[in-house]
Design a protein around this ligand. Structure first.
Ligand code: PEP
Ligand code: MG
Length: 757
């Protein structure tokens, strides 16, 4: 059975579209279970019904024409309860609904299992038999297992149709919605520009070109280059491997010949497609054909084609680096968006960001928030290679993408964009007003930065200091470790721009999801591995260069604070402090007169929460990194879209940990701040203020919204609210209570544009 399962899933995976997938499923399931009928019904949201999409055993003419409304018949029942139904004689069941076009009256035994993807029932897989007998447990288990494995493939195939404007049943549709997670709030309407890593056939978008002659010539040159490489390998291997194996490279050369694969690609270029798109299309077709073959040897040949075409693609991309044509309203889309991809787009052209992987707490999303670019993350079902050049709507509040937008949707979202702009304009008057509550309690709002452009933005918003400068951002954008002098220049800019206000520089925090291209960290479990302070203490040369650069940059300004990330015990603080002192003495001996800066620790892991007091004794300040603290307290990977709904900084455990940190830092009379995303959520900010955080550090784009909310409440009402929510036992009720408070304060409109999880 396992063999059968694997083989069916493999073939369905290789199918070229939804219909072929469904055909393969019904054919192979009927054969494997030796049953008389196998059918698939899929939910068509557009007509609110389950449509018979494929069948072997029922009348062919009924396929695509008969449907059952939601909840109707046995199929409707399976879908409604998301549970299998196994009947000896279906016609005796009260929900039996006879569809005469199908000819199913001859079949008594019925087994239907739901096809479920991400908790959503996509449809129902049904087998039927003439005999009056229940399908046995083994058959039921087989169908359930198969259905679970196929759900993702079916969902992906449906999504591909939806992008092209077609429902599962082939109706023209508009406003196809793809759901992800909010990465950065805001709405954007624009043209999708898909960027992709090099030499990956699966991720080449379909692109058209104007100059066909030139494209063919370019393709032929690349093809010849690969053939040359193959001939080279052929002679290089003489005497080293068996002659038969050596011949393989001759076969490769022939496969690429003009009258074989090469010719097909040229034909497709003649239809106007770019060489890369044409090659990817032809390659995938051949790979598919080979993968469908039953013969093991022939099936393996698909690997050869993938490899060969990958090599040609490599040349196509090497010789002509992909020059991306960023449109005026670019919505940048990628499988796994990186900070580098983001900063390559001219700022004035970038209106939105979409990443198939990652979640709202991925660093690229944080960067997007800093830049104020609406972003949706983790849109796992979005068919990437069909998207380039399409107009899409991006709703960063709800975390959705809408393709084929209708006139109504476009006009509704244009209105939202206008409202958004007006809201931001309306807040500008607050810039120079103090952040204090109605009963005159003063809170300090600082900002988080990474790039120099954030600094300018922050000053524009009236920020009073930098609570977190993520020093790894310039490291991420560099091609090697920046030298001490280069770092000092970067740090000086930030310190100067904010002087005399405080700038808190965090020492290099790489690892986890922040990999430097020139310093790869291979960890099985990166978030629990070599991260933050653990890396830099193991590499004192990197740490020392950074500290020296920070100290040198602060000379004469004296507004530097140094902060240590990912601290999980006191030894790390002691070791880091020793190195900082050493760097300071070195510089003093070199004759530089520098003020020794305050040093702080980040509370980001549960172990640090419980040691807040011991840690606070060793340093001058503590700052909570609520992004990581939430991740580690709840055991929810901040990057994993599948568990993103479990990630909530309003979780009662997170709130009580935060309250505990403040109380412990107070016992040592040390200031305590918070610099995770939570501080930038207006509702959460009210709770944090009530807890006693001295400084809230956030993205510049959140600053005026938070200020507006804090100025509209009193410290007393904030404390009452805090007491009320600390008694609650789930995140959603807490969020609701906070929302109600803001509603009563008349500032709920700010919530929609700033919500965190
Ligand atoms: C945090 O973890 O909350 C934090 C501020 O650090 P980062 O998001 O850079 O990991
Ligand atoms: Mg962190």
């Amino acid at each position: 059975m396992l063999e059968e399962l694997r083989s069916i899933v493999q073939k369905v995976n290789a199918a070229k579209d939804l219909n072929s997938s469904l055909q393969i499923i019904v054919h192979r399931v009927r054969e494997t279970l030796s049953t008389q009928v196998c059918s698939i019904y899929l939910l068509d949201n557009d007509i609110n019904a389950h449509v018979l999409m494929a069948s072997e055993g029922l009348n062919k003419a009924a396929v695509g024409h008969v449907s059952l409304e939601i909840g109707e018949g046995l199929v409707g029942l399976v879908a409604k309860y998301a549970e299998p139904i196994n009947l000896q004689d279906a016609s005796l069941h009260p929900s039996y609904y006879y569809l005469k076009e199908t000819g199913e009256e001859n079949f008594h035994a019925f087994l239907g299992v739901p096809i479920i993807h991400h908790r959503k029932v996509l449809g129902v897989l049904v087998v039927q038999h003439e005999e009056k007998r229940r399908f046995d447990e083994g058959e039921e288990a087989f169908l359930i297992t198969l259905s679970a494995q196929l759900a993702g493939v079916i969902s992906h195939a449906e999504a591909t149709g939806a992008i092209a404007g077609l429902s599962p049943a082939g109706h023209k549709i508009s406003d196809a919605i793809f759901t992800g997670i909010s990465g950065s709030s805001g709405v954007a309407i624009g043209q999708a520009v898909v960027v992709f890593p090099y030499a990956n056939l699966e991720q080449i978008p379909e692109r058209k070109v104007e100059n066909i002659e030139k494209e063919i010539e370019f393709f032929n040159n690349c093809l010849n280059a690969v053939q040359e490489d193959m001939r080279g390998l052929h002679s290089q291997l003489a005497g080293q491997v068996a002659e038969e194996e050596r011949q393989l490279f001759d076969v490769y050369v022939r496969m690429l010949n003009d009258d074989a694969l090469g010719n097909e690609v040229v034909e497709r270029i003649k239809q106007g497609f770019g060489a890369q798109s044409a090659l990817a299309h032809v390659a995938k077709e051949h790979i598919h054909t080979f993968e469908m073959m039953d013969d093991d040897y022939l099936r393996e040949r698909s690997v050869d084609i993938r490899d060969l075409c990958g090599r040609v693609l490599f040349y196509l991309q090497e010789k002509e680096p992909v020059v991306v044509d960023y449109k005026d309203n670019t919505i940048l889309v990628s499988d796994d968006l990186t900070p580098t991809m983001l900063v390559e787009v001219p700022k004035e052209k970038l209106t939105g960001l979409v990443s198939i992987k990652g979640s709202g707490n991925s660093h690229v999303a944080i960067l997007a928030r800093t830049m104020g670019v609406p972003t949706v993350m983790g849109v796992v079902d979005l068919p990437l290679n069909q998207l380039d050049g399409r107009e899409i709507v991006l709703d960063g509040y709800k975390g959705i993408i809408i393709s084929n937008p209708s006139e109504q949707v476009l006009s509704r979202y244009s209105d939202t964009i206008k409202e958004q702009d007006e809201l931001i304009e309306g807040l500008e008057d607050l810039k120079d007003l103090p952040c204090e509550t109605e009963d005159d309690y003063r809170v300090h709002l600082w900002v988080n930065t990474g790039l120099m452009s954030d600094v300018m933005n922050s000053l524009d918003q009236g920020a009073e200091g930098i609570g977190l400068f993520r020093t790894e951002v310039p490291f991420l954008l560099s091609e090697r470790f920046p030298s001490e002098q280069e770092q000092a220049d970067i740090y000086r800019e930030q310190l100067e721009a904010f002087a005399p206000n405080v700038v808190t520089m965090r020492t290099l925090d790489v690892g986890g999801d922040k990999d430097l291209p020139y310093f790869p960290i291979e960890d099985e479990n990166p978030f629990l591995g070599w991260r933050g302070i653990r890396v830099t203490l193991d590499h004192p040369e990197i740490f020392m260069a950074q500290i020296r650069a920070m100290l040198r940059a602060s000379m004469g300004l004296e507004n530097l604070q140094i902060m240590l990330p990912m601290i999980s015990n006191v030894n790390e603080v002691n070791s880091a402090a020793k190195l900082i002192k050493r760097a300071y003495h070195e510089l003093s001996q070199e004759g530089l007169k520098i003020k020794f800066p305050p040093i702080g620790v980040m509370i980001e892991v549960p172990a640090a929460v419980y040691q807040t007091r011991a840690l606070a004794k060793l340093v001058d300040f503590v700052s909570v990194g609520s992004n990581d603290l939430t991740q580690y307290l709840l055991a929810v990977d901040r990057n994993n879209s599948r568990v993103a709904n479990l990630y909530s900084s309003f979780h009662p455990s997170v709130l009580s940990a935060l309250q505990y940190v403040v109380s412990q830092a107070r016992l040592e009379n040390k200031p305590v701040s918070i610099c995770g995303e939570m501080a930038g959520d207006p509702g959460a900010a009210v709770l944090l203020m009530a807890m006693g955080f001295d400084v809230l550090s956030m993205n510049a784009s959140a600053l005026l919204k938070v200020k507006s909310v804090i100025r509209s409440v009193s410290l007393k009402s904030a404390k009452d609210l805090l007491n009320q929510v600390l008694d609650m036992d789930d995140a959603q009720s807490i969020k609701n209570a906070v929302d109600l408070e803001l509603y009563n304060a008349g500032v709920d409109r700010l919530l929609r544009s700033s919500r965190i999880n």
